[in-house]
Write a protein that binds this ligand. Structure first.
Ligand SMILES: [Fe+2]
Ligand SMILES: [Fe+2]
Length: 154
């Protein structure tokens, strides 16, 4: 590990919350972006961040939560919401930011994500925190997987 690498939060919930915050910042930047290259670069960043985030949740976090909480509600619902998010990401990835439909897709994506994040943070995470899950161990596995996925994109 290099010395200049910024410290990753090592607790699963802190890691996910930091991701949520970073994506929300990117959506805010998009709102102010005017040039096509700028918009395109921001959307690429948003799509990568969301895809990697969704993947570590689906591969590691959600299955652990489902098991620990014996959940039959929150995780399935969150998984369905991910499908909606991924569908819009797929549309945006094949698009040029050349008109109102592109902006509309980014706007709707940001609304989906905002809704989804609210449910995770207000409903799922509090339950997870009061469960017996080892959030540090989980967070370490998620951070490692995240680095691996980001290295594939880079
Ligand atoms: Fe999620
Ligand atoms: Fe999330």
């Amino acid at each position: 590990m290099t010395a200049d690498k910024k410290p990753t939060p090592n607790d699963a919930i802190a890691l996910l919350k930091a991701d949520h915050e970073a994506v929300s910042q990117l959506f805010a930047e998009y709102e102010n972006a005017r040039s096509v290259p700028n918009k395109k670069a921001l959307v690429a960043e948003i799509c990568t961040a969301l895809s990697v985030h969704a993947q570590i949740e689906e591969e590691i976090f959600y299955p652990a939560v489902k098991k620990a909480l014996k959940d039959k509600l929150l995780v399935p619902e969150a998984t369905v919401e991910h499908t909606g998010v991924k569908d819009l990401i797929a549309q945006l990835e094949g698009d040029e930011p050349d008109g109102e439909m592109y902006d509309a897709k980014v706007k709707v994506l940001s609304e989906y994500v905002k809704h989804h994040v609210k449910e995770e943070q207000n409903e799922m995470f509090p339950k997870v925190k009061s469960s017996s899950l080892d959030l540090v161990e989980l967070g370490e596995r998620m951070a490692a997987r995240k680095d691996e996925l980001l290295a594939q994109v880079a």
